[in-house]
Design a protein around this ligand. Structure first.
Ligand code: BGC
Length: 775
């Protein structure tokens, strides 16, 4: 993607976050947001009006049963050919090109109306060419990385006949225990919004009927990222202002960028389950934001609206207890705004009964079907129901060199240098290097959770990547084995024995420098994989200590692979260099070697706080203030007495480089601005070291006096710049009401008069400050 397209992606995010201005005493009410018209071009030249005509004509020919099939979405292992003949709407997780072709032929040729199926899949960070997990992409602070990930994921998916992806996942989260924090861009709504826009653009292009494009589905509406105790699917209770200021913005940005489908979430907020929530699905998404695509439920989420049978609380597909039985669950989902039911079939099974009883209106059913058909027409499925390749040719579209190269670039740009005492890194590629640890020669885990159709054999290991670039000998010891169990309670972590440590120590002693490849397995994060501890699993910390003790003064770098923020307090003093590599994908080895040997100068930044330990959770940079702000010098304030700092161990936005930068001269274009006006903030950044490198310039604001307490900082701009030694650049950010306004607890967007403080720097601790006044 060219520089201008990157800019466009950022620009679109800014547009997406902007709200209209309607006036009023100190309050600017939100106006109706229209879609960003440039976001989606007419599908294959058909105007929206043409498409509506075709939708209505087709709808008028459909029987009730055909409509109820159309709102039904079945997984690969449940779909029957008879369903398809009867007019089934969509299939998920079928990715075999020959089977997709076969089912589509049945839909097109043997169903009465020939309506094509929509084939969907979770292409989350690549289909076959697996990119870093999205939390890693978040660390790149680079929309181009997200764009390329989505672009190649869409190309490979479309090649087998898929036309929808359940991505981007845009759930802002403060919960490192939650395994799904791996799937989005971390704790900040602005960063998540910018990257969501880039992902939608990469997935859909400007016309998703294109043969390399898919329709995107931001998920999970909404606030799925804050389950209590970090346990997946768990309850969330939150204020209106948090809902709108923290969790909804990335959805809004994705929708304004053209995302034409969306998925409702498993979790309940304030007692209302995501797929039974009229307020979020119908009032906000469809009405307020003008979303005219369709909402699919999450997997059996409609069935889960039911109460479980008495004395059988884990009967399966039940539990929320907001519907007495299947028909009531279907009615609730339909009426709340679900248009397509995934896996369970209550809307299909009970729809006719509900309509005859007047519990669901025909116009609601027609609306759901219309939305689905609209997306199918826009996707060009009626003209081109089949994949662009013959099934046998699809394989040749996988792992193409441009995609693999992009995955390597993405992995390198996602890595975060957490610490680098005495400039231990980069290592010298002419010196012997020991690569030690349970993840050193590992293919499986490098793919991370949601590996699409990635295969372990596609991965270049860390050992092989290092060996390839090392001109001196590369040696290996495993140290211990981590657990890949899918049955969580049996052996949740692994690395429980130090039997292999003596060999690891000996291998380290014989080498000039040591890379320790440590972390989690891919089974430890992702869906339904919460951890109650967030430090390095098993005895890995002990492995670091033993190797350090036996090799005083030797260059040692810990490279971490993980799907969540880790609590690293017990290793920071034993590991001179710590490089956070996340789960980097198929090019793990080459990308790690690029950074370890300095071919790539790390420039990633943490998209999420890394606490000292789990007891500090939740901790996030954009928290509200308290009446007793944390102060380690005195008592009677908001702090943990057994944690030496008010901050997490590594703060949001933190990341080092092999060079140094100075951010200076923050200046504002104006000292005051009207509520409808805008101003710019400019700041200089200089590479003050001796290597070319990247810095992410970050701009935060704070509204110190407002009708409701405002976060101590809010990220409102960032730009990743590459500078040669001695080179400077001025980076300019635009600020308007979408930045200095906020949602109140009545759901109104307000822009209040008063001072706004602007901070600039290279982390959330940025300390350059200027202020302006909103008049
Ligand atoms: C997940 C979704 C996913 C769906 C289909 C669910 O369990 O929560 O994120 O899209 O499965 O695979």
């Amino acid at each position: 993607m060219s520089g201008s397209r990157v800019k466009a992606a950022i620009g679109a995010a800014v547009v997406a976050l902007a709200v209209g201005v309607a006036g009023g005493a100190g309050v600017i009410a939100q106006t109706e947001d229209s879609r960003d018209e440039a976001a989606r071009q007419p599908a294959r030249g058909q105007s929206d009006r043409d498409i509506e005509r075709r939708v209505n004509r087709l709808l008028s020919r459909m029987t009730l049963q055909e409509k109820l099939q159309q709102v039904t979405l079945r997984p690969d292992f449940m779909v029957t050919e008879d369903d398809v003949r009867n007019g089934l709407g969509a299939v998920l997780s079928e990715t075999r090109p020959a089977r997709i072709r076969e089912l589509q032929e049945i839909a097109v040729e043997e169903s009465r109306l020939g309506i094509p199926l929509l084939f969907a899949f979770d292409t989350i960070h690549g289909f076959r060419t697996i990119f870093p997990i999205p939390l890693g992409t978040g660390a790149s602070f680079d929309p181009e990385v997200a764009f390329e990930d989505a672009k190649y994921g869409a190309r490979e998916s479309a090649a087998v006949g898929l036309k929808q992806t359940y991505a981007p996942m845009v759930d802002v989260s403060h919960e490192p225990r939650w395994g799904r924090i791996a799937e989005a861009a971390g704790e900040d709504p602005f960063l998540n919004s910018v990257l969501a826009v880039a992902r939608v653009r990469g997935t859909q292009g400007s016309d998703y009927s294109d043969e390399e494009k898919l329709v995107a589905s931001p998920k999970h509406l909404v606030a799925y990222g804050e389950p209590e105790a970090g346990r997946d699917y768990n309850t969330t209770d939150l204020s209106e202002q948090r809902l709108r200021n923290l969790y909804l913005p990335p959805f809004k940005a994705a929708v304004k960028a053209g995302a034409d489908t969306a998925m409702c979430s498993f979790n309940a907020i304030n007692g209302v389950p995501g797929c039974g929530n009229h307020y979020t699905m119908t009032e906000i998404l469809k009405r307020e934001w003008g979303f005219d695509g369709f909402i699919e439920s999450d997997w059996t989420a409609v069935a889960e609206l039911r109460a479980c049978p008495p004395r059988n609380p884990d009967a399966g597909e039940c539990g929320h207890g907001v519907a007495a039985d299947g028909p009531a669950a279907a009615a609730l989902a339909f009426n709340a705004g679900v248009d397509s039911e995934m896996t369970s079939t209550f809307m299909r099974d009970f729809g006719a009964q509900l309509i005859s009883q007047g519990l669901v209106s025909m116009s609601r059913l027609n609306d759901a079907v219309r939305r689905i058909l609209r997306v199918k027409f826009r996707a060009g499925l009626f003209e081109n129901p089949y994949a662009p390749y013959e099934p046998a040719e699809a394989e040749a579209q996988m792992l193409r060199p441009d995609a693999v190269e992009a995955a390597r670039r993405a992995a390198g740009r996602s890595m975060v240098l957490l610490q680098n005492e005495g400039s231990v890194l980069p290592f010298d590629p002419a010196k012997s290097t020991a690569v030690i640890g349970p993840l050193a020669r590992n293919q499986h885990d490098m793919l991370g959770p949601w590996w699409g159709r990635g295969e372990d054999r596609d991965v270049v290991t860390v050992f092989d990547g290092i060996d390839e670039q090392n001109t001196a000998p590369t040696t290996y010891a495993e140290g211990c084995k981590l657990s890949n169990t899918e049955v969580p309670h049996t052996d949740p972590e692994g690395c429980g024995s130090d039997a292999g440590f003596a060999e690891a120590v000996a291998v380290a002693q014989a080498a000039d420098q040591v890379v320790l490849a440590l972390g989690e397995t891919r089974e430890m994060s992702g869906e339904a994989n919460a951890r109650s501890k967030i430090d390095l699993p098993g005895l890995q910390e002990e492995l670091i200590r033993r190797i350090r003790a036996a090799n005083p003064g030797k260059p040692i770098a810990v490279v971490l692979f993980n799907g969540r923020p880790l609590g690293l307090e017990d290793i920071v003093n034993d590991a001179p260099a710590i490089l956070e590599a996340w789960f980097p994908g198929v090019q793990a080895g080459p990308a790690v070697a690029d950074v370890v040997f300095g071919k790539v100068n790390p420039g990633g930044k943490l998209p999420v706080s890394f606490p000292y330990r789990v007891g500090q959770v939740p901790i996030y940079y954009n928290h509200e203030p308290t009446g007793r702000p944390c102060n380690k010098e005195i008592k009677w304030n908001s702090q943990h007495r057994d944690i030496p700092s008010c901050d997490p161990l590594f703060v949001f936005g933190h990341g080092l480089s092999y060079t140094t930068f100075e951010v200076s001269n923050l200046s504002l274009s104006s000292s005051s601005v009207s509520r409808r006006g805008s101003l710019t903030a400019s700041v200089n950044v200089t590479n003050t070291g001796s290597r070319r490198g990247d810095e992410v310039v970050q701009l935060y604001i704070n509204d110190p006096v407002a009708s409701i307490s405002q976060p101590v900082r809010r990220l409102r701009g960032f730009e990743r710049v590459t500078l040669d030694p001695g080179q400077s650049r001025t980076v300019t950010f635009r600020l308007d009401s979408s930045d200095f306004g906020f949602y109140d607890n009545r759901g109104r967007f307000v822009v209040e008069p008063g001072r706004i403080d602007v901070y600039a720097g290279n982390s959330s601790k940025a300390d350059l400050m200027q202020s302006f006044t909103v008049r």
